[in-house]
Design a protein around this ligand. Structure first.
Ligand SMILES: [Zn+2]
Length: 175
């Protein structure tokens, strides 16, 4: 039932929900009133429903991912008796992919830092690239492309749990 006081005589008008948004005549004074639209029941935040920080409200960290070096290069690690991992660890030192409830942020470099970020609201596509071996070790490359004006792309390598990262971003972006 929709209730609204008449614009002219203030009599309480009562009409069924099916009349939402329609013009109705006041039975007392004959004034034409426009009934309000029924506000749609707010859909529960998809992320919040999964027990994650909600889409709305202050920015909160959801995931922080450091490169999984040996998992991304298991054979190289074995063949070099771990030396490659040490090298990769050093090269990727300071590389982090942060997923908050508002955006994805990729920080790369230790001595010279670079930061790229994409708002979840602008995400057009999240792509996960994994070789067979990558799937065994649950690691992969994530590409996040944005439909924003500058069409930023984030490409993060050696990301652990890439499918979970994609699912998480999908919870916060418009689908
Ligand atoms: Zn009236």
């Amino acid at each position: 039932m929709i209730k609204k006081p008449c614009d002219k005589c203030n009599r309480m008008l009562e009409f069924p929900d099916s009349h939402a948004g329609r013009r109705v005549e006041c039975p007392d004074c004959g004034d034409i009133n426009v009934l309000p639209e029924i506000a749609p029941v707010a859909a529960k935040d998809r992320a919040e429903a999964q027990g994650l920080p909600p889409d709305h409200g202050p920015e909160k960290e959801v995931m922080v991912l450091a490169p999984a070096n040996w998992r991304a290069h298991p054979f190289l690690t074995i063949f070099t008796l771990g030396l490659a991992t040490l090298f990769l660890w050093f090269r990727n030192l300071g590389n982090r992919l942060y997923i908050t409830n508002k955006r994805s942020i990729l920080r790369t470099g230790f001595f010279s830092k670079s930061t790229t970020e994409v708002l979840h609201d602008h995400v057009r596509n999240v792509q996960v690239d994994q070789s067979f071996l990558n799937r065994l070790f649950d690691v992969g490359t994530i590409g996040i492309s944005s439909s924003g004006q500058d069409g930023i792309e984030i490409v993060a390598h050696s990301v652990p749990r890439p499918m979970e990262v994609k699912k998480t971003i999908d919870l916060y972006r418009p689908l």
